[in-house]
Design a protein around this ligand. Structure first.
Ligand code: ZN
Length: 249
């Protein structure tokens, strides 16, 4: 059926995944290629291909939720614009069940306590710039340090997603930049979550500094670097538990 059949077999949900896959295939035009992924971050994406078609990449576990089909088909036909409530719910569920490190998935009470005890920005005497410099010198001292930009606060409204940060490679006029949303600099945010975002964006800078042909954004080497941040697991787990609060902050 697809490249990841072997993987899907191991999940034990093959028949549902397979039949949803077949229905999806039948519902989409021929020009759309479908790839089943096992990503931990980008569960659904739609990208143009060299041959002029598009490639829909979708986490294989999402296909064990048949109800996701109409939203997925709409997502493709509208090129990702619009609202996809079922798709979002399924994505969240798959993320929680399959994309978090095992320790966090188990909802270990010790873990829950640890997440509540993470040092917060309200208690941090370092400035954002100092925290940023420390992450840079701790993990990326071999690279130049992009300028850190705190973006403007987005309007207060019901959000469906937040872009925590972004990396902008140097242009002819401006050097490289790491931009973050002020939402992750609020007092109640743990230091490690802010640091994780800064570290993540600096991994993009590292990627850009040592380019590899046709490398994907969150490639295997990117993920390896990303997990080198010493509070990576805590930061990701904290985000999962606090995403709703962040969205409405
Ligand atoms: Zn990224």
């Amino acid at each position: 059926m697809c490249e990841d059949k072997q993987d899907a077999l191991q999940t034990g949900a093959l028949s549902v995944i397979e039949s949803t896959y077949q229905s999806l295939r039948a519902a989409l035009p021929e020009t759309i290629t479908i790839r089943l992924n096992s990503n931990r971050r980008t569960l659904v994406s739609l990208r143009p291909q060299k041959n002029g078609g598009m490639r829909l990449s979708v986490h294989k576990e999402m296909l064990s939720y048949v109800e996701v089909l109409p939203d997925l088909v709409r997502y493709v036909s509208k090129r990702g614009r619009g609202r996809y409530p079922v798709l979002n719910t399924v994505m969240q569920r798959v993320f929680d069940e399959h994309c978090l490190p095992a320790r966090v998935q188990q909802q270990d009470p010790v873990w829950a306590e640890r997440l509540n005890d993470l040092p917060l920005l309200s208690h941090c005497t370092d400035s954002l710039e100092q925290l940023y410099q420390a992450i840079h010198s701790g993990y990326f001292s071999h690279l130049s340090r992009p300028e850190l930009i705190i973006k403007r606060r987005p309007p207060q409204r019901r959000r469906r997603s937040i872009q925590y940060g972004s990396y902008h490679a140097a242009t002819a006029k401006v050097g490289p930049q790491v931009r973050i949303t002020p939402l992750i600099t609020q007092n109640w945010i743990p230091v490690c979550f802010l640091e994780h975002v800064l570290h993540h964006e600096l991994c993009h800078h590292a990627q850009r500094s040592q380019p590899m042909q046709r490398e994907r954004m969150h490639s295997a080497r990117f993920k390896k670097w990303e997990q080198e941040y010493n509070m990576f697991v805590e930061a990701v787990a904290w985000e999962r538990v606090n995403r709703e609060r962040l969205l409405s902050s």
